[in-house]
Design a protein around this ligand. Structure first.
Ligand SMILES: [Zn+2]
Ligand SMILES: [Zn+2]
Length: 354
């Protein structure tokens, strides 16, 4: 198959200032331990938007961004394999865990490449060429087989958002015993609702946007509440005055975080997944006297992502159901423009569209 590959490909870079730059690049060759993927789908992420599309943080001192092809939510098909790759072959469908770590630190050994602190750590679409292109080289160690049931769009949703939501639920050991409240129903919040349900929990979604509340109903939330000042009272009514076993904040807002601590019941678990912002709270009534456990959680491990893929396949769940807008690769600029309006669910670039 590799003999038939083109020499040149289209790729998208984000130079900052809300611009998308389409360019022509050499089709890369997979080195030892690597595979070449024909890209099929790539999700756009809130982090792409904030840190690269708008602020371009290599210049503003935040997370480093090199001049690479963008996109860190890749899903594609293996079209060529490098030396020493045994577990992937041409034709295989894969989702890519979006960071390669050094491979030898404690966190890499656990599969949490996200937490690697060594300079070798490189995320696709941040420090190495990413998914918004016709082809991408991936380290085989970051690839996960995609079962036939799951589409490439499903794969792109798993690569970042669903993995993040799954890890948050694992931290709270969510099961069918639990009532899980999800604060903030953006893509990660919606993923948390879908996965908490798949784990058997009763789910309550909270948001201030009517569109997102409606989406939460469509994906099967058992109850959907408006995120106003009465939400804590409403949750107490729903739970016989006891509060929920698990509250997951995906809002990143101080109010949302505080309300999560308020609605969690005795011995409950609260997970903070939403990025940025601050929160202040009184530890005595909200944490100590409730014997609460508060977790921070960031992305997931390659092993947990693999188990997530298995769960979704076994439960016959398509993560792609949260996509509200899809664009072909050549319309990536429009995809970002629409995504930046803040009025969408998940936006996906689908390379199989013309
Ligand atoms: Zn992402
Ligand atoms: Zn490492």
């Amino acid at each position: 198959m590799s003999g038939l590959l083109p020499k040149k490909m289209v790729g998208m870079k984000l130079p900052g200032g809300a611009k998308v730059e389409s360019g022509e690049y050499d089709v890369p060759l997979p080195g030892p331990g690597q595979v070449l993927l024909k890209m099929k789908a790539a999700g756009l992420c809130g982090s792409d938007l904030k840190y690269i599309y708008h602020e371009h943080t290599d210049k503003t001192g935040g997370a480093r961004y090199d001049n690479v092809i963008a996109g860190h939510e890749p899903s594609g098909q293996v079209v060529s394999v490098g030396e020493g790759v045994c577990d992937f072959k041409e034709g295989d469908r894969v989702v890519v865990y979006h960071i390669q770590g050094c491979g030898y630190c404690d966190e890499c050994r656990k599969g949490f490449f996200i937490n690697c602190q060594n300079p070798e750590r490189r995320a696709y679409g941040w420090q190495r060429d990413g998914a918004l292109a016709e082809y991408m080289v991936a380290d085989a160690g970051t690839c996960i087989h995609l079962p036939d049931f799951l589409t490439y769009e499903d794969g792109a949703m798993i690569a970042c958002g669903f993995g993040t939501a799954y890890q948050g639920l694992l931290r709270a050991a969510v099961s069918g015993r639990d009532r899980v409240l999800v604060m903030g129903l953006g893509p990660v919040g919606q993923a948390a609702i879908i996965l908490a349900k798949a784990m058997g929990a009763y789910t309550i979604g909270v948001d201030i946007s009517e569109e997102r509340m409606e989406m939460a109903g469509n994906i099967g939330a058992d109850a959907v509440l408006t995120g106003n000042a009465q939400v804590v009272t409403r949750v107490m009514e729903l739970t016989g005055g006891k509060g929920v076993e698990v509250a997951v904040d995906c809002s990143g807002s101080s109010t949302g975080r505080h309300q999560c601590l308020e609605v969690a019941g005795m011995w409950g678990n609260v997970v903070f997944l939403g990025e940025q912002g601050t929160v202040t709270f009184e530890p005595s009534p909200l944490l100590l006297h409730k014997n609460l456990t508060l977790h921070g959680s960031w992305v997931t491990s390659i092993g947990n992502m693999e188990r997530l893929v298995e769960l979704l396949d076994r439960k016959k769940i398509h993560p792609g159901q949260i996509i509200t807008h899809r664009f072909p690769l050549r319309e990536t600029e429009e995809a970002f423009r629409v995504f930046a309006t803040g009025k969408t669910g998940k936006v996906c670039v689908n390379m199989e569209m013309e």
